[in-house]
Design a protein around this ligand. Sequence first.
Ligand code: GNR
Ligand code: NI
Length: 188
Amino acid sequence: MAIREIIEVPDPLLKQVSKPVETFDDELKQLVEDMFETMYDAPGIGLAAIQVGVPLRVLVIDLQPDDPDAEPEVCNHGGHEHTHQPTKKEPRVFINPEILDPSEETKAYNEGCLSVPDIFAEVDRPATCRVRWQDLEGNTHEEDMDDLMAVCIQHEMDHLNGIVFIDHLSRLKRNMAMKKLEKLRRAA
Ligand code: GNR
Ligand code: NI
């Protein structure tokens, strides 16, 4: 397990189109483990392999990462009192994902990205979509996605195609976002 470095705009790697995974081996499992560790450390709710410099069609998502600052809940099921964190980890891996029948209806969401740190902007995307993907064993799955999962998987799919969320903004807003990012970096 290792935390890998997250690359940021304007790194040209982020414009690269990632290649399909063809071999479902231990190296792939290691990459996915490292991606989860990197995402939870950041913290973020999703991560594409290209964000750690690996141009493969691999995504990890967890919409409910454990909040280390959350008050633990006291529980009494199973006959003994104990505490646990109120949010449960729900790690999901998507290999070679495809978006099927995106809805006509769109929805705006205030998006952020670990590769564009501390910048947020409203992006319109199809409100729902169906996703087909493979798991770490190469088995194929399909599921309908909505709400934050639909937003996140479409944001992550964009990374696999060399697109970052600010690419969806007008040139004016994108330039403003990049200027703000440069200013934040100078201040850091
Ligand atoms: O952590 C993340 N939060 C987020 C918020 C709104 C819309 C999309 C995202 S994904 C982002 C992590 C990331 O950059 N994934 O590529
Ligand atoms: Ni992102």
